[in-house]
Ligand binder design. Structure first.
Ligand SMILES: [Zn+2]
Length: 505
């Protein structure tokens, strides 16, 4: 995600904070316990592993009516008498392995499913959920959170960490990645955009059906659905990737700057492949949302990031594109094991903006580090947030991004460019399509560099307060020059701090 304001969760955030202090996990997991995330203890589910989601959806923009059949191909990881799924919409029926199952609401965002026959440990569970609802009518928590962003001509399913709850039942945690087939029927004249490759599109009796295939593992929060009136630009990269970029027809004067940014995706990808290793997926693209969606953020939804129009209000902005495309490696290909590991996503995606700036000749990473370091005086509360363990209320705090990028730069200058480069590509190779923790990254960095780096990581990731400046001469400079890229990088930041609250409604 780029530059959203911190998400406050009222009672839930408080409950999560209190639980983080608890040290003894429950002896045996029960349905609804959650997958074990230290920040969001009731997110995700235990007892099964989803391999594939098959979503067959029918959506009518005028009424915001969504009907769906979700088939989850799962395997039991323990004897299952009952299990939970994260989901907020009204459910009509559930079948497990062909037989009708009992379903009831559970907790504040789950359904509890009791199969007619228990599923044994290691057994296959094919779960079919039929549902229908008006997702915009469903709000969650004290703040009325939604991951369903309405527009005048449709909606966009988008949010982090919560988004699936408003459009498909899921084991909603990055630890349970799966492949996806998404088939969406909408009125003729509307587009329905999801992740991966568009494998079919046909119109029958005034209804258009699009089928999307994501055949690399994908975390549930990285799945998206955008329905509306879009100008679509399709292409193929030199390396053969199908490109699908969708621009809201409501962008007006912002359509030019948006295209001037998103259409440089192939070029940005080539630069990032040199830094991070081969692009991990088989499709590329983006969606630029209608102004009325009022997103206020961008999200790295797999192969197809979604961008608020606001990023392009001041002209083209390739930096937000570099940020979201970097996430395809940092977050999507190698995903967090828990939300505490968010620095692995946002620290590196933010640093990728600095690397892109260096490539574009608009300021070196060192110049950006100098500038950002001096933006925040030593007594600024900014320095009290520790990117290695920011706490559930500060997962998207600016410090996770800016201090997080400074931490990456401190590492790079400490171990040198050669070891840094080897570290980034080795990390991607060793955790391909998997999950990993900050601790594992620290261990690999020490192995690759042959250095003991405790002091560096303690200072930059885990200790409140401003560390010594990273790099060479920076400490002696009081007012470093502002790099040319800083306007684009920070302009969206400031803008989104005004607008960002709106997606909480
Ligand atoms: Zn991000």
């Amino acid at each position: 995600m780029a530059r959203s304001r911190p998400r406050l969760r009222g009672a839930t955030a408080l409950a999560a904070l209190l639980l983080v202090g608890a040290t003894t996990p429950p002896a045996a997991a029960a349905p609804g316990d959650g997958i074990g995330d230290p920040y969001f203890p009731d997110y995700g589910n235990t007892g099964y592993d989803v391999a594939h989601y098959d979503l067959r959806l029918d959506y009518t923009p005028d009424s915001d009516r969504l009907r769906g059949t979700a088939t989850l191909v799962a395997e039991a990881t323990e004897d299952l008498d009952a299990f939970t799924l994260d989901f907020l919409l009204d459910v009509d029926s559930v079948r497990v392995n062909g037989k009708p199952a009992r379903v009831e609401r559970h907790g504040d965002h789950k359904i509890l499913v009791t199969p007619a026959r228990p599923v044994r440990d290691g057994g296959q569970a094919t779960i079919v959920v039929k549902y229908g609802d008006v997702p915009s009518s469903v709000r969650w928590g004290d703040s009325g959170l939604t991951g369903w962003n309405r527009t005048p001509d449709g909606a966009i399913a988008l949010g982090q960490p919560e988004a699936a709850w408003w459009w498909f039942p899921a084991n909603d945690h990055p630890l349970d990645k799966a492949t996806f087939d998404v088939r969406v029927t909408v009125p003729e004249g509307y587009e329905a955009v999801s992740n991966g490759v568009l494998t079919g599109r046909s119109t029958v009796a005034g209804r258009t059906t699009s089928t999307w295939r994501q055949d690399d593992p994908q975390a549930t929060y990285l799945a998206t659905l955008a329905v509306g009136r879009y100008d679509v630009h399709r292409d193929t990269t030199a390396s053969g990737l199908p490109v699908y970029n969708a621009y809201s027809e409501d962008l007006g004067a912002l359509a030019g700057p948006a295209r001037a940014s998103i259409e440089r995706g192939e070029e940005i990808l080539e630069v990032q492949e040199a830094d991070f290793g081969p692009y991990p997926f088989n499709a590329l693209g983006g969606v630029v949302a209608a102004p009325e969606a009022d997103l206020g953020f961008a999200l790295e939804t797999q192969t197809r990031p979604v961008y608020s129009h606001a990023f392009f209000a001041r002209g083209s902005n390739t930096y937000v594109v570099a940020h979201e495309l970097a996430h395809q490696w940092w977050g999507d290909h190698v995903s967090v094991a828990g939300w505490r590991d968010i620095w692995l996503n946002e620290g590196f995606a933010s640093y990728a903006e600095w690397m892109w700036s260096e490539h574009e000749g608009e300021g070196t990473a060192q110049e950006l580090a100098d500038h950002v370091y001096h933006l925040y005086p030593a007594d600024d509360p900014f320095w009290q947030v520790t990117p290695g363990d920011p706490g559930p209320a500060d997962v998207f705090h600016p410090a996770v991004y800016d201090r997080g990028a400074l931490a990456v730069h401190a590492l790079r200058t400490e171990i040198g460019d050669d070891a840094f480069s080897e570290l980034l590509t080795t990390w991607q190779r060793e955790h391909a399509h998997g999950n990993a923790t900050v601790e594992e990254f620290i261990a690999l960095s020490e192995k690759v560099s042959g250095r003991q780096l405790d002091a560096l990581y303690d200072a930059w990731l885990y200790t409140p307060g401003r560390p010594a400046a990273p790099g060479d001469a920076v400490s002696t400079r009081s007012a470093p020059a502002e790099p040319a890229s800083w306007d684009a990088i920070s302009g969206t930041h400031a803008l989104l701090h005004r607008d960002g609250h709106t997606h909480h409604h």
